[in-house]
Design a protein. Structure first.
Length: 243
């Protein structure tokens, strides 16, 4: 069963569109217009065009593209900021909030035209954000799913908690987990396709496939095709096996 996947985007519309073009090229080569394309989450933050990424994905789904878009931890932080500017994600260390330079929320606000948020009172910044973000975009972000299961493949943003049934996984783990999942070599019953933890290039570990090729730090947005538990990186020259 064939599924396409695109890794963390982080506000880079040009890189996203290049990755989607590689998916379209592979579809044409194999004659498959039906297989879904799953975007792994972290649509926003750090890159310059978060708003445009969101609007591009919304528009694609609206015109009938077979796109699945998952929620990442950065997307959840933005969702919660829209609800309450003082909300603190429990998975973030104390003293670090969504607008902290390490997180990247300020770049997302800039893409929506909210200027100088670090220099103004938070209620004022929040009011400007609510005025700038269309209600449709806000509802779309809030409704993003946290997982997508297809045959032998499970797509999530960060990973799963090993030893917990797939049906019992909780959102905090699906969006934030690292070491407990990354260091576990066991078979999870499915190939877990994820992002969240930035690495130099897409890597297949046998029980999981990490799609986060560091777009947030100057790397590409990567695209892959998964058939059963086998995967190939999509490049301008075609498929490259991920062994």
């Amino acid at each position: 069963m064939r599924t396409y996947a695109i890794g963390d985007i982080h506000g880079h519309l040009d890189l996203l569109q290049a990755a989607q073009a590689r998916v379209a090229e592979d579809r044409a080569r194999v004659g498959d217009s039906e297989a879904p394309l799953v975007h792994i989450g972290d649509l926003i933050d750090r890159g310059p065009r978060s708003r445009q990424v969101v609007e591009h994905l919304m528009a694609g789904q609206a015109r009938g593209e077979n796109w699945v878009v998952l929620k990442g931890n950065h997307d959840r932080m933005f969702e919660r900021f829209l609800e309450d500017p003082y909300a603190h994600d429990p998975m973030l260390r104390s003293g670090i909030e969504w607008m902290h330079p390490r997180v990247g929320g300020v770049t997302t606000l800039a893409s929506w035209g909210v200027r100088n948020p670090e220099e103004r009172p938070l209620p004022e910044v929040h009011a400007d954000t609510l005025a700038a973000v269309a209600p449709e975009a806000r509802a779309w972000i809030a409704a993003l799913p946290t997982s997508f299961r297809r045959d032998e493949q499970l797509f999530v943003h960060a990973g799963i908690r090993p030893g917990v049934a797939l049906a019992d996984q909780v959102e905090d783990d699906l969006l934030w987990i690292r070491a407990e999942f990354l260091d576990d070599p066991r078979d999870h019953g499915v190939l877990v396709v994820h992002g969240h933890t930035a690495i130099d290039k897409v890597t297949h570990y046998g029980n999981r496939l990490n799609m986060d090729s560091s777009a947030a730090y100057g790397g590409p947005v990567s695209a892959a095709v998964i058939e059963g538990r086998q995967a190939w990186l999509l490049t301008p020259e075609g498929r490259v096996p991920l062994v």
